[in-house]
Design a protein around this ligand. Structure first.
Ligand code: F6P
Length: 478
């Protein structure tokens, strides 16, 4: 049978949809979450690219096995054709959980601390082999599906080796890699064993174009190429030359499609949740945060800051509520389960210390409810975004679009700070007392100042919508 060869392809670990078994024995399809999926889900066009992703769950594996060659027909879905790779579960687990999420994620977000420092022994070597196999499976699938001279967009820290592997298989292709995370400085990146550090960098340099969300992360990558590989780096032209090839380095911040977000936030399910929140909170001021429960998001220090704020400012007792969304994430990893427990303990402590019969100072939502988070954005007086480090952080951009009078308290370590910094209240994410003071400043900000800043924040947040972000990367391969 004749098979379509694709001229534009995208590869990422998480795909635009995921499947869970439903009560009737079938499969229910859900939209995938996170910044990467938000950015890429605007792919649909006259000739939509083929998206290749991993089957992440048993439901996904069921869907992939039922579809010929893992190619799913998502009739009516805006992202276009999808191929899900049915990677052996043990290989997937070691590549995704052990290497990508426990090692590379921790390195780029500076998450190792004493006594929690890595040991790279025989066990890591097995995990690393699985990461190589997993990257090779993506490279093989891309090589199989791509038309001659096709453009391929490889995404993120899960797939750092794929560009070089793909180049070896198909030198005719034009390949881009995009990092959605921060990039570690050389002195931290070199925690990795030397051969692994070299392979990661050389893997990405297999691409023609390596994209980052901010100049800061792009510069850190170039610093690593120079320090680790001895590559020839031109920081002004933004090029890296290694083993006879040149890779261009691009900076492409990702913004939000404001129109689509406003339309979604006006739907009846959001309205219903908005009324429920209003009923629970009354006319009290609302401090909102929306995160995956993830150590890099720094939720515990955010809660400690709220606690300190309540201690320092008794005049706010009974007049403010902190609505904190902390959705489950990566629960296969013990660090994430422990972090979830720490978040819950901290919220309970605030509750025990300050709650009264008619005032609930904190509401912690640990279940994923996207429309409820949209309703919360709409009602927010203050949005707290305080990651230790973050590639971009789209929450910081979505909030101001949905609540023009909301004051943004933003970590200076979030990629979004480069664009939103001037109109947010900036905080050092480790400085709990500084964050507590920022919460007070935000709550006390006069209405005209809120609106002035809010309008500028919303304009900055929508300046580079996903469609344009994607078009820029494709253009970089033209
Ligand atoms: O690079 C960051 C990212 O891929 C984001 O898109 C998203 O926020 C997060 O990581 C998703 O992680 P996971 O796919 O492991 O849930």
């Amino acid at each position: 049978m004749h098979r379509t060869m694709h001229t534009v392809l995208v590869a990422s670990n998480r795909g635009p949809v995921s499947f869970t078994p439903s009560a009737d024995g079938g499969l229910t399809m859900r939209r995938g979450g996170g910044g990467l999926v938000s950015g890429l889900s605007q792919l649909g066009d006259d000739d939509p690219p083929l998206w290749i992703c991993a089957a992440l769950t048993d439901g996904d594996r069921g869907a992939a096995r039922a579809a010929p060659g893992g190619r799913l027909d998502l009739a009516g879905h805006p992202t276009g054709p999808l191929r899900m790779l049915d990677i052996p579960p043990a290989t997937f687990h070691r590549a995704y959980n052990d290497v990508a999420n426990s090692t590379l994620w921790f390195v780029h977000h500076l998450l190792y601390d004493t006594p929690n420092t890595p040991s790279f022994g025989a066990r890591f070597r097995r995990e690393w082999e699985s990461y190589q196999d997993y990257n090779a499976m993506f490279a093989a699938a891309l090589a199989e599906e791509a038309a001659h001279g096709a453009r391929v967009l490889v995404q993120d820290y899960h797939l750092t080796l794929t560009p070089a592997m793909l180049r070896a298989l198909r030198p005719d292709l034009r390949v881009a890699h995009f990092s959605h995370t921060p990039w570690a400085p050389p002195e931290y990146f070199t925690l990795l064993p030397d051969d692994v550090a070299c392979e990661v960098l050389a893997g990405i340099l297999g691409a023609d174009h390596a994209g980052f969300l901010t100049a800061r992360w792009a510069n850190a990558f170039m610093d690593c190429c120079e320090a680790v590989l001895g590559a020839d780096v031109d920081r002004v032209a933004r090029t890296v030359r290694h083993e006879g090839r040149t890779t261009r380095i691009g900076v492409h911040p990702l913004g939000v499609d404001g129109g689509a977000l406003l339309a979604r936030a006006g739907e009846p399910d959001v309205e219903a949740r908005l009324h429920a929140i209003r009923e629970a909170v009354g006319d009290r001021r609302l401090i909102v945060r929306v995160d995956r429960t993830e150590p890099s998001k720094n939720i515990v220090r955010g809660l400690l800051a709220y606690r300190e704020f309540l201690h320092d400012h008794p005049e706010w007792h009974g007049r403010v509520v902190h609505l904190a969304f902390a959705y489950p994430s990566r629960h296969d990893l013990p660090e994430y389960r422990e972090y979830t427990a720490a978040v819950m303990r901290c919220a309970k402590q605030i509750e025990d210390e300050y709650a009264t019969e008619d005032w609930e100072p904190i509401i912690l939502d640990v279940h994923d409810d996207y429309p409820r988070s949209l309703a919360a954005y709409r009602l927010a007086d203050v949005l707290l975004v305080n990651p230790i480090r973050d590639g971009m952080n789209l929450v910081a951009k979505e909030g101001p679009i949905l609540s023009p009078r909301c004051v943004l308290v933003l970590s200076r370590e979030a990629g979004a700070a480069a664009e939103l910094g001037p109109d947010a209240i900036m905080v050092n994410p480790y400085d709990v007392s500084g964050t507590a003071a920022a919460l007070h400043e935000a709550l006390a900000m006069p209405e005209d100042e809120r609106l002035k800043r809010g309008r500028r924040l919303a304009a900055a947040a929508t300046a580079l919508p996903p469609r344009q972000w994607l078009a820029e990367q494709l253009a970089a391969l033209a």
